[in-house]
Each structure stands twice: as C-alpha cells, then as structure tokens.
Design a protein around this ligand. Structure first.
Ligand code: SF4
Length: 395
C-alpha cells in the first residue's frame, strides 16, 4: 500500500510523492471530499537528523552490533524498521533480556533524539561501548537551563509528562546534579501547585494532585518551593505552557510581591520550534472549520497528542489515529484525548460533501500520512488518481 519513493538511498526515506504533491497544493478536492493540509506537519528537523545519524552509524560501523537504547522516535512503524535493519533494543518493549550484561567496546549504542537518563548511560560508558548520541539540540536547551537553575538554588518545574522519555532524562539529570524537580502535566496540576504556593492548600493536597513520580522521594514542598524555575518538555502544547507559567507567576506575586518576583521565579520557554510551527499550522487549518480533523502519529508521541488537542478549541471533531489500519467505513479506531484509552467512533465520516483536515506529528513518516489520506478517500467511495484528481482544486 505504501508508495515507495523513487530516490530512496542509503539514508532510507519516509517521503511520499502523494504527500509532497498535497503539500504543494494545501487543499485538494477528491469527489465529495475536500482534503486540507496545514503548511507544516510531519517529520521535524530533529527526527530527520536522528534517522540520518542511524544511517551514518550503519555505514560507519559495518559488522558491529548496533543497539538502540530505546525507541528512536515515537512511531511503531519506524521502530519496526529499525529491527528489520538488524538494530537491536536495550530498553522498552523490544528489549533483549540480559543484553546489558553482554555489552562491550565492540557494541555501538544509539541514544534517541529525546536523550536518556544518566543511570542508563553510565553502565554503557563503564563497559566502553561506542555511543552515537542523536539527542536533539532542542532537548539539550532545557537541560542546560535546568543545570543553571540548580546552580542558582531553584527547583525546576517541568511542564511535561511523567514517564515520557525526554522528561525521564531531564528528571534524571536534575537528580544527579543534586537538584529537585516537580513535573506538572497540565493546568489542573499547575493550579494545585499555585494554590500551595499561595498558602491556600496543604502539602498533602499538593501531593495528592500530582503524579506519584512527579517529584523525587526527597522532595519537601516547604523547603523546595522557595524558588522555582520553569521549563517545558519540548513537545507540550505551547498555549498550555504559557497559561501554566502565567498562573505560577501570579501565585508567586501573591506570595512574595511583584518586586521580589525576579528573586524567586524564572520562566524559560523550551517548546521546540518544530512543535510550535506544527501547532500554529494546525490551528490555521482548524480555523478553516473542517468537518473532521485527523491527527496521525504514534499513540505515545507527545507532540502528536498535543496536536490532537488543537481541534478542541474550535469544537471540530478531532481524532488521533496511528495509521490507515485504524480506518474502516463505519468505524474509526482512535486514542481518546481525555482518557488516553483506545476507542472506536462509529459513523465518523458524514455523508455528502465533507472537508477533512489532516496533520501528522513530528515523528510520523509522510508515507503513513499518505496511506491515511488514500484510505479516507477510499472509504468515502472516491478516488485520488495522480495529478488528474489533484488538479480538481481551485479549477
Ligand atoms: S520535536 Fe522538536 S525537540 Fe523533538 S526531535 Fe523534533 S525538533 Fe527536536
């Protein structure tokens, strides 16, 4: 089903000629369907770079065992391709039991774009493994900032998701540098933190509101929330990060007064440019008020999950799907944004003329988006045939 790209080379490509053509046009009429694509979507610079570094490592270390520390990016198809290329996994669902004990200087370990916890890196260095570090420079930015916070005596407040690879790495860095952190996932958790800062709730209320692993076991709210510095996991919803920063700033103004803010509060926007651009472009396409908004990407991809929330503000029916296999004529399998559960939506495609907007997360290959577009057109009983069909838009 996937359309191969003619110029695939050793740095194998996930490009799709269909998506390239749609990208040029922005919108396409296919029978009763109007297909809308944002100006920016899909693979970001950091993912492109990580995949290029994997290809380089395969060339540079022929005959040596290649390992991925964990998923290279949050997309199941791309990780399955890694396995097919003979790259093995040290952690995560594909991990080989006992592999770490057998590692040595001949082994080459690739660190994913999200970076990795210190405790996963140390044993590999101790065993003399060759390390290929694909950590995205945008991920290094919050790392540097948080080390500065620790030097200045600030506790790091991370707008992120407990357990997400990037936030795990950041928390590990803070812990090993002797600092403290608090992970707040959303405005609701930030509100609990703000109320505690304002002296309007007890520390037990704060602990109850946060994820059990949102702080280190040694975290003491009374001692550790004197000075706070904010960062974001790079792929969070930018508008929510801004709202959280504003709420925490207001709480400290209430606690310490406006004049003392500089002494007790730091705010640093570490949302990456690609995430911001994809969210802005998704907002634009949703503002065209399509009948449906399909967001394509791995269910564990943070930036894809947040793209799926963009449609909420405009009340557009929005669905996060992993690929074309989620789509049947009368049934759409998707991840519910609120519960995080996989569920099914019946009669998801209205009859008659329908405008369907698409976007794809930063870890979603164009080939998967292309397959999704084809599948939607197919279940709608329409056809999308090469340039003849694409010329339909705009006359
Ligand atoms: S989403 Fe942003 S931080 Fe993550 S790999 Fe892409 S560019 Fe880097």
């Amino acid at each position: 089903m996937t359309e191969p790209y003619a110029d695939t080379d050793t740095r194998y490509s996930y490009r799709s000629p269909l998506v390239d053509r749609l990208r040029e046009r922005g919108s396409v009429q296919a029978g009763r369907l109007l297909l809308l694509l944002p100006q920016k979507f899909g693979f970001c610079w950091g993912v492109d770079r990580a995949l290029a570094m994997v290809a380089d490592a395969r060339r540079q270390f022929p005959g040596r065992r290649l390992w991925l520390l964990n998923s290279i990016i949050h997309n199941p198809r791309v990780n399955a391709d890694m396995l097919r290329m003979g790259i093995r996994f040290l952690h995560g669902p594909q991990a080989e039991a006992g592999a770490l004990e057998r590692m040595g200087p001949e082994d080459v370990v690739i660190v994913p774009a999200f970076s990795a916890p210190v405790e996963e890196m140390e044993p590999l260095r101790a065993r003399g493994c060759e390390i290929v570090d694909t950590t995205c420079p945008w991920v290094i930015k919050p790392h540097k900032r948080t080390l500065k916070y620790i030097q200045e005596g600030f506790t790091t407040v991370i707008h992120g998701t407990v357990g997400h690879d990037e936030t795990r790495a950041t928390c590990s860095l803070v812990s090993h540098a002797g600092g403290q952190y608090v992970v707040v996932h959303d405005l609701h958790e930030a509100e609990a933190l703000a109320r505690y800062l304002e002296g309007r709730s007890a520390q037990e209320d704060l602990r109850r509101a946060l994820h059990p692993s949102a702080t280190l076991p040694s975290f003491e709210p009374r001692r550790d929330l004197h000075k706070i510095g904010l960062i974001n996991q790079t792929t969070m919803l930018a508008s929510e990060s801004r709202a959280i920063a504003a709420r925490l700033r207001a709480a400290l103004v209430r606690r310490d007064g406006e004049d003392s803010l500089q002494e007790f509060f730091r705010d640093f926007d570490t949302i990456c440019a690609a995430t911001q651009e994809n969210q802005d472009a998704a907002t634009e396409v949703v503002n065209e008020r399509p009948d449906l908004f399909l967001v394509v990407g791995g269910y564990d991809s943070s930036n894809t999950r947040n793209l799926a929330r963009v449609g909420d503000a405009e009340g557009i029916p929005s669905y996060h799907i992993e690929g074309p296999e989620c789509i049947a004529p009368a049934l759409l399998r998707h991840r519910d944004r609120h519960s995080g559960q996989l569920c099914e939506q019946r009669d998801w495609l209205p009859a008659g003329p329908v405008a369907v907007a698409f976007t794809a997360g930063a870890s979603t290959p164009d080939t998967i988006l292309g397959d999704v577009v084809r599948r939607v057109v197919e279940v709608a009983g329409e056809a999308l045939q090469h340039d003849a069909a694409l010329r339909g838009h705009g006359g």
